[in-house]
Each structure stands twice: as C-alpha cells, then as structure tokens.
Design a protein. Structure first.
Length: 300
C-alpha cells in the first residue's frame, strides 16, 4: 500500500514537472508561422532576440521572470531557427515584424504585453511601442537607442558611422555567402550553450537574417542618412520604458541614448553597465535579470 502511494505521488510529480516545462508554440501572421517558447503564469512578457541569436538567449531572464510570476513568450524571429523563413527583402520590412509580435500576443490570448528586445529585437520593440501602443504595457530595451537618437548619431557621430560599417556590408547583395553558423556563434562564450546556437543558426536562413538590415537599417552617410519610410522616428512612446546598455558595445554607441526621455511620455529608466558589451543580457546576466524583474515588479 505504501509503495503504491509513493509510486502515485512520483507519477503526479512527474506530470507536474512535464506541465511546468517550457512549451514550443506557434503563432500565425498571415502565411508566416512564428515559433516561440512559452513558460510560466502571470502577466505576459514577449521577448525578442537580435542578430545572430535565437530564443534561447532569454533562458536566464525567462527563468527569473517565471519565478517572479510572469508568463514569458520568447520568439524565434522570422528567418531564424524554427520560425518560417519567407523569401525576399520585403518580407522583413518592419510592418511585418510588428505583425509577428501582435500575432504572438494574440496567440497567448492577450491584448497587450511587456515587450523586451535586444539588438534587432529592440529595434522591433521600439517600433511596436510607437506604431501599436495598445500592444505594449511596459517596454524593455537592450542596446539599441531610440530611432531618433540613432538617426542623430548616424548623421553626426563619426564613431557611430564607422561602427555601422558592418551593417553596410550586410546590406550588400549576396553577403550571406560569407557567413557560417560557427562564425556567427563566435560571440557565445559558454561552450555548453554554443552547440545549441550552432544548431539553431544552421536551421536559420542567413539571407533572411541580413534582410533585416536591407529592409530596415538606415542608408546614406552623414547628413544624407535616411531611415526607411516604414521606420517610425517621431511617434511618442507611451509605455514606461527601461533601457539597458553595455558601454563596451562596439556596434551601438552609448551616446545614442541621450535624450531618450524626450521621446517617452511615461517614466524612463536608463541603466548603463560599464563592463558589458553588446550582448548585455549575457555579459551582465545577474544584474540585467535583477534589474528587469525589480523594475517590472515596481510597476505591476
């Protein structure tokens, strides 16, 4: 009898653990399916990775958010890993990327969410907040300045212009032939994590990844720098906003964040981390996780 009870309890524990495991889910934006990993219960937090990355970049942060009573949905952006990879530059224009975020929020049965983004995910998050303020309850940005601040730096800051040369290269037709999964995963420091990155990047479409730059990154130099027409720069952000930046970032200058508060109509928090570089969520993992959770808890 005792043995039967123990076996039954063990089975229940295993069932509970299975239910608590992260779930692979899909949302549909027209004909494009977006894969995301969902976990936890509570207010929805949508997390958007950048280049070259995938949904697993958020595992430490999602674990912290789940413990704090939030539900998380970490996307593979279109073109990456398990999400669809539509052909053509136009498929990666910002309105389609905004639609992907809206589709995930809808798939989760929500009307809005906390939106968190890094790199291209941050660029998308800014645009969602400006173009679809109804979707964003709180905004968390990592590394990427507000579009107006970035446009200013691209027009006037020679250091930022030089640091953006890689993006100019990415805009060139056929540049994806120079890329490999192993090379793109070179920034990943943890050997245990790197294998997963290489596999995810092998499942990705390198041309699609560079189409983000071709469709949405500013063109021209100096005073002739121009953002694509689909990229908003002047609409106000209505949601409370947290910006986190690693000051050793060699792709995006910290100066771009100056004046962010002029474009946000709610409380605005900037956190500058001296010893972190571009992948700030990895370089300063504990500080970033604690900052995001505490900031969100203060605004429940």
């Amino acid at each position: 009898m005792i043995r039967t009870v123990i076996v039954a309890l063990a089975a229940l524990a295993l069932a509970g653990a299975a239910q608590a495991a992260p779930q692979d889910r899909y949302a549909e934006n027209g004909a494009v399916k977006i894969h995301y990993v969902a976990d936890g219960k509570g207010p929805l937090v949508v997390l958007l990775h950048g280049f070259p990355d995938y949904s697993a970049t958020w595992k430490p942060l999602t674990a912290a958010l789940n413990r704090a009573g939030f539900r998380t949905a970490a996307l593979d952006l279109r073109g990456y890993n398990l999400s669809d990879k539509p052909e053509g530059v136009a498929a990666y224009a910002m309105p389609n990327l905004i639609g992907d975020v809206a589709a995930v929020i809808a798939a989760e049965g929500g009307k809005d969410a906390v939106v968190v983004g890094h790199d291209w995910g941050a660029a998308i998050a800014w645009q969602v907040a400006m173009n679809r303020p109804d979707l964003v309850s709180r905004l968390v940005i990592m590394s990427v300045p507000h579009p107006a601040g970035f446009a200013r730096e691209m027009a006037t800051n020679k250091d930022q212009q030089a640091n953006s040369q890689y993006a100019r290269n990415f805009q060139q037709p056929g540049f994806e032939k120079n890329l490999t999964a192993e090379g793109l995963a070179g920034w990943v420091k943890d050997p245990a994590e790197k294998a997963g990155y290489i596999e995810a990047l092998k499942r990705s479409d390198f041309g699609a990844m560079l189409n983000y730059y071709r469709a949405n990154y500013p063109r021209g130099t100096g005073g002739e720098t121009a953002a694509p027409a689909t990229m908003a720069t002047s609409q106000p952000v209505k949601a409370p906003t947290l910006v986190i930046h690693g000051m050793k970032d060699t792709a995006l200058n910290a100066a771009g964040h100056a004046g962010t508060w002029d474009h946000v109509q709610a409380d605005t928090t900037l956190v500058m981390i001296p010893d972190a570089a571009h992948f700030v969520q990895h370089d300063a993992r504990e500080l970033v996780n604690r900052t995001v959770v505490d900031w969100l808890n203060a605004r429940r």
